[in-house]
Design a protein around this ligand. Structure first.
Ligand code: SAM
Length: 241
């Protein structure tokens, strides 16, 4: 089982290595820019919940090409919040190479969500945006998030969650995700398999209620859970007890 999980995880990471050069372009076309408002909302709400003018450390796990880290920076600047350090963590060397080129001022670790090379209780806010779905050992990752976070620290998750009873609009979303999006992403990246993985991984993933329960079991209290834009994307914010 462990070996099977490791193989699956390695395959996912190597897929991200392959699509890294075209990831940003494909993302921009496929999301039509809607993800920008979700990312801004995630940062603004987290800063509001955390209610501190000075934050030591924000860690973005599965940081990919680094955009979320830049949202943390720019939204903090707008609110007059100072941040000591923003750290990106991702096991894909290809994705991190691009993040480093785009945002050289942030710090980076080539690591999985289950092995964050940071000491216990050092992190104020930990985000994972469109990344948790790719983490095979999710329970271990949530425990790792709890370990590195300070008491009352926040975990911020943006993700495409599984919807078991889709509304009419939800069915349109599923059609877009299953039939259109893989073709667009596949065309841009020349890697159809990678973009067919996306809708399939949503089908295999947790529902919002399931994810809330997993977070609670890992020692977090849910502060916020809401789905946006025809329930395409869900934002969850939880606090370490
Ligand atoms: C869809 S991308 C999201 C990138 C970025 N967070 C964003 O919002 O655009 C998913 C990322 O998850 C990373 N990933 C895959 N498996 C992971 C794991 N076990 N731990 C941490 N990151 C992982 C991939 O390398 C990839 O960069």
């Amino acid at each position: 089982m462990q070996k099977q999980e490791n193989n699956k995880q390695e395959k996912i990471v190597s897929m991200f290595d392959d699509i890294a050069p075209t990831y940003d372009t494909a993302n921009r076309v496929m999301s039509m820019g809607v993800d920008r408002s979700w990312r801004r909302k995630a940062c603004d709400l987290a800063y509001e919940f955390y209610a501190k003018d000075s934050i030591d450390t924000i860690v973005d796990v599965a940081c990919g090409t680094g955009d979320m880290m830049d949202y943390w920076r720019s939204r903090a600047d707008l609110s007059g919040i100072t941040i000591g350090e923003i750290v990106g963590v991702d096991p894909s060397v290809g994705m991190l190479d691009i993040a480093r080129q785009k945002f050289p001022k942030f710090n980076y670790h080539i690591s999985k969500a289950t092995e964050i090379p940071i000491k216990d209780e050092n992190v104020d806010i930990l985000s994972i945006t469109y990344g948790i779905r790719n983490v095979v050992a999710r329970e271990a990752a949530l425990e790792e998030f709890n370990r590195v976070l300070k008491k009352n620290g926040l975990v911020v998750i943006l993700e495409f969650m599984k919807n078991e009873n889709p509304s009419f609009l939800g069915k349109i979303r599923d059609f877009y995700m299953h039939k259109i999006l893989p073709k667009v992403g596949g065309f841009i990246s020349k890697n159809l398999e990678a973009y067919e993985y996306l809708p399939n991984s949503i089908g295999d993933f947790a529902t919002v209620e399931g994810m809330k329960k997993e977070l609670e079991d890992a020692g977090f209290e849910i502060l916020y859970a809401k789905s946006f834009s025809m329930d395409i994307s869900t934002l969850l914010i939880a606090q370490k007890k």
